[in-house]
Structures are given as C-alpha cells and as structure tokens.
Design a protein around this ligand. Structure first.
Ligand SMILES: [Zn+2]
Length: 416
C-alpha cells in the first residue's frame, strides 16, 4: 500500500484522547465514479482498496488505525460505506457514524474529519486517503520487462472485434501508455460469446465499450477512439488518419478485411509505421500473424499475397497445402462473422499480443522472441495435413517481393 507521493501526512500528536483512523480509498471514487457516473445518471461504480463493487453499500476492506504513538493495526470488523448522490456515510465499527460530502471529496485528495464519540469521550481523527495507482504494475515491472519503455509506446488498433478487443485489453494490462482504437461497428448480441464486452454494451460502439472495459482495469492509460472505419477514400479522410496516427509506434490490423488491410499496408509503409496483421483462417481453424516493418524495407502485405493471374495466393505456403491456405482472408469480407469459438480466436490472438510487445521492444534489443515476421497457428488438426494444435509455426524462408512493387520495392520517403 503506497500513499499518494505528494501527500503530506501529519498526525495530530497534541490531542491526548485522539485516535486516528485512516481509510484508504482508490480514486475511481474521485474520477470515474463522481465525474462520469453521476453526470450520466448511471448506476455507480465504487472502489474500496482496489475492489470495484457496483452496489450502493460497500463493505470496508481495509482501515489503518493509528493511536497517538502511531501503532498501526488493522481492524478485523470494519463496517461499511453507504453511497448516496451527495455524500458518503461511513459506518465504521466502534466509532460514531460520519458523513463526507461528495463535493469535499472531489475537491481534495484526502480529507480530515473529526468525529466525537460522546459515550466514550473519544475524539477520532479520520483521514480519508485517495489511493494513487503507483502499485498498479507492481507485479510486471521487472528488469526483464522494461515497463518505462513500454509505457511510452503508442499503439493503434484497427478492428475491435473478438481479436482486436483482446489485443487492446492485454496491451493496456501490459503497460502500453497510449492506445488509439478505430472501428465504426457497434456491438451486437451475437458478438458477446466471443468478445470481452457484455450484453449491457449491445448497441454501443465497440471502441467506446472496449475503452470503458479497459479503463475499469487500467485507469492510467490514455485511449483515443475513432467511431468510423479506417479508410483512404478521399484526401480529407486520409489527412484525418494521417494526423491521428502521426505519433503511433505500431499499428495493429485486426479487421480480417483484406481490402482494408491492403489500404493499411500502403498507408503505413509510406509513413514508416510498423504493422502487425492478425487474422483467422476460415472457420477459425487457425490463424496467422504478419509483421511488416517498412523501417527495415521488409516485404509488404501486397507482396505476401501475390496475385497469380486472377488468383491471389499466399506465396510459398510452408506448413500446409497451398490450396487450403490460399483462401486465407481473400474470399471473405469480414472473417470475424465466420463461425468459430471465442476460445479459438483467443488462442490465435494471445501469441499475437506477445508478437506486438516483442516488436515494440525489438529496437532496444530487449526482446528477440520472434525471429520471423510470419507465424501460423492451428486450433485443431486438419485432415491430411501435418499440423499440430497449439504450436506456433514460423515462416523461415524469405518471401519474394513483387518486382517493382510500388509500395515496398521503391525508395520510401515520408509524405511520398
Ligand atoms: Zn510490396
């Protein structure tokens, strides 16, 4: 438990009969709850010591009590807090009830109240301390995982379906400081069994529902949302995305829409933005992740899916029959409308998240987990094909660029 770093904590030593009780409360109370939930007249979220509860009476889970000599212990039976529209009422074991107005609560990071107990002639000095988030990443901030570097990263995700939303959530939990979420779709009831959001989000934009889901868990992250699909259909729209994505370190495409993927490919390659494409094979029988890094002049998405005559073929399939893999994403506009279990999508999404983190750390030589730029994954054995489930297959061979590809084979300069 760490207190707000700039919090000056001075106990009153002069009062002989004063007992000091410190209530520690997490700041959802101050930010999310009061400012947003009250304004929208929504059911309230309350957080006491990290446990978010959505009823109106909350059991107090931690109190530090300090009596004069600063001896500190925890009370076993703590009582509860009752939240109303204008105040918090504290019913704490063995001391008189006291009330703090929400107005006071919003204005100060911590509050000091005195409560007189007439029966026992005690005076209780009660500090309500709003906890900071300095412990949020305590369990992941290690020398092996440089959180300070990750926290400066800015990642954009196009497509907030089952895959994209899980990617966004785990990037946030992994300490990414900035996310930009782009999707024009709303949540439908049939999305729920494969999506992080719930039935209460049906009818909302995926971007906004995912943003709320993440902020309830990682309130320190900065999230920008765009409620329209990525597009370059005219100069105004391209300029909009140009300015939106100007400071992005990496872009993730989880749309499953290959026409959009080709557009993303060209857009990012011109601007030197690395891209990770995440996609599923038909019926979510497996999936693929592709890294395109224009900074290294790597092969582009268009060249990976070369056209042979009228056919588009994923070139040189290493693992399985090319007649099977050639159809990846090319014939179906939206892969995520295909049947398949949520767990199958999650299983191909989770390695993609590690792939993204590894790519973000690659430049610092901290993480070299993924040597190749293309990996496959299968959720079940395929008849007649030598593939295993739960194995990440690496594409080792160099794929050939289309001669004179207008995207990846010429000299790139910004704004070109
Ligand atoms: Zn190319």
């Amino acid at each position: 438990m760490s207190l707000r770093k700039n919090h000056k904590f001075i106990l009153n030593k002069d009062r002989t009969n004063t007992k000091t009780i410190i209530l520690v409360i997490f700041p959802q109370v101050k930010g999310t709850l009061i400012d947003q939930k009250f304004k929208n007249n929504e059911k309230l979220l309350f957080s006491v010591n990290g446990s978010i509860i959505d009823e109106s009476t909350y059991q107090i889970q931690r109190i530090d009590q300090i009596i004069n000599n600063k001896r500190q212990f925890k009370l076993p039976n703590l009582g509860n807090i009752i939240l109303s529209r204008s105040s918090l009422t504290f019913n704490i074991s063995n001391i008189p009830e006291f009330v703090i107005s929400l107005k006071e609560f919003k204005e100060e990071g911590s509050l000091k109240n005195f409560v007189k107990d007439n029966r026992n002639n005690n005076l209780y000095e009660i500090f309500v301390i709003i906890q900071d988030y300095s412990n949020l990443y305590l369990r992941i901030d290690t020398p092996e995982y440089p959180l300070a570097i990750i926290n400066k990263k800015n990642v954009a995700i196009i497509g907030l379906g089952s895959g994209g939303s899980l990617i966004a959530l785990h990037l946030a939990k992994s300490g990414i400081g900035n996310l930009t979420l782009i999707d024009g779709d709303i949540i439908m009831d049939h999305n729920i069994v494969r999506h992080i959001c719930s039935l209460k989000d049906v009818g909302r934009y995926k971007t906004l529902a995912v943003k709320d889901y993440i902020l309830d868990r990682v309130p320190t992250i900065k999230i920008t949302t765009v409620e329209k699909p990525f597009s370059r259909e005219n100069k105004n729209i391209e300029d909009f995305f140009d300015s939106l994505l100007a400071k992005v370190d990496l872009l993730v495409s989880a749309t499953g829409d290959n026409i959009m993927n080709e557009s993303i490919n060209e857009f990012c390659y011109k601007r030197n933005i690395p891209i990770i494409f995440a996609g599923a094979f038909e019926k979510i029988i497996g999936g693929i992740m592709i890294r395109i890094d224009p900074r290294k002049k790597s092969i582009c998405y268009r060249c990976i899916y070369k056209k042979y005559g009228n056919e588009t073929i994923f070139q040189k399939p290493q693992i399985i029959d090319k007649n099977y893999i050639k159809n990846y994403g090319r014939d179906v506009k939206d892969m995520l409308t295909q049947p398949g279990l949520g767990i199958d999508i999650d299983l191909i999404t989770l390695p993609t998240i590690k792939f993204i983190l590894s790519t973000l750390l690659e430049e610092k030589d901290i993480d070299e987990s993924f040597k190749s730029d293309i990996y496959y994954w299968f959720n079940k054995n395929i008849h007649g094909q030598k593939v295993e489930t739960f194995v990440l297959y690496r594409e080792d061979r160099m794929l050939e660029k289309i001669p004179d590809c207008h995207i990846c084979s010429k000299i790139i300069s910004k704004g070109n």
